[in-house]
Write a protein that binds this ligand. Structure first.
Ligand code: PMP
Length: 285
């Protein structure tokens, strides 16, 4: 039986219940984060919790915990559930009150839950790459907020699933924005490129790490939007996310990317990224 965190209390999974008028349940009015756990340790935990605080600030949900307090609670949750490799999922909603679109005017405490899930590294995808399709980005224009409103993302991922693909690459007016649950990157003539961090994408923690790695290693990196045409014409394409790390994309819309093999620069970035994980969490396979 696993343990979950509910408003700061550790309780058995079976006892965790949500009210039908919780605003997260009714409106998707809340925010969330997913943190990777390797060898029982959180990777980039601080960065994720700082982004959580930033998201909460953008929609005025008051989180009464500091980043440090949250880290301590999540570490304890990981310990209690004996998670070796996995994830911690957490969300804050605006709490429970009679249904009304506007924020409650009286003090309503946010609802905080967190739980863990065992998950191994996606070794096969990392080694062989995955397929993707392109889909129109039909989402709103505050994709920088890691909100529970994921309907656009869910619909995009479903299209990928129906096409037997791993990810949907979304575009807005022929500009590639991001994946349904990842950031998208291209490499052309040794230059590594991903959409700038603005309101049309989520500024992935993995994305930020990769930019940092490129800058440190002297690899040319540009945070600059690119077109569908650039995507089709790229030497290499990959996606990044907490659970997928640096995953090569070897075909787009059923057409191989360049030779259809995993690219050398992508492999180099995978190696650097793995070193970051090892430096933080110890040896991984
Ligand atoms: N964009 C979207 C829409 C996502 O859902 C995710 C996954 N959380 C990402 C990008 C990648 O973010 P991160 O590297 O922080 O997991």
């Amino acid at each position: 039986m696993s343990t979950v965190l509910m408003n700061g209390e550790f309780i058995p999974r079976e006892e965790a219940k949500v009210d039908i008028e919780d605003r997260g349940y009714q409106f998707g009015d809340g925010i969330y984060e997913v943190i990777r756990v390797y060898n029982g340790k959180m990777f980039t935990g601080n960065e994720h919790l700082e982004r959580l605080q930033a998201s909460s600030g953008k929609i005025n949900i008051q989180i009464s915990y500091t980043v440090h307090e949250l880290l301590v609670l999540l570490e304890e949750l990981i310990r209690r559930n004996n998670i070796h490799n996995g994830i911690v999922y957490m969300q804050f909603t605006r709490g429970t009150c009679p249904r009304n679109h506007a924020y409650p005017t009286s003090e309503v405490p946010p609802m905080f839950i967190a739980y863990t899930k065992p998950l191994e590294r996606p070794k096969e995808n990392l080694a062989n790459g995955v397929s993707a399709i392109t889909v129109e980005d039909i989402r709103w224009s505050r994709c920088d907020i890691k909100s529970l409103n994921l309907l656009g993302n869910v619909m995009a991922k479903q299209k990928a699933a129906e096409a037997n693909c791993y990810e949907s690459i979304q575009y807005r007016d022929l500009t590639v924005t991001e994946g349904s649950s990842s950031n998208i990157w291209i490499i052309k003539d040794q230059t590594i490129r991903t959409h700038e961090a603005n309101q049309y994408i989520l500024n992935g923690i993995t994305r930020q790490k990769i930019v940092e790695i490129c800058q440190r290693q002297g690899l040319e990196v540009k945070e600059e939007a690119f077109s569908i045409e650039d995507l089709i014409d790229a030497d290499e394409v990959f996606l990044s996310s907490t659970t997928s790390e640096v995953t090569p994309i070897v075909s787009v819309n059923n057409v191989p990317v360049a030779s259809g093999e995993v690219g050398e620069t992508t492999k180099t970035l995978q190696d650097y990224f793995k070193k970051e994980i090892i430096a933080c969490c110890g040896e991984i396979e």
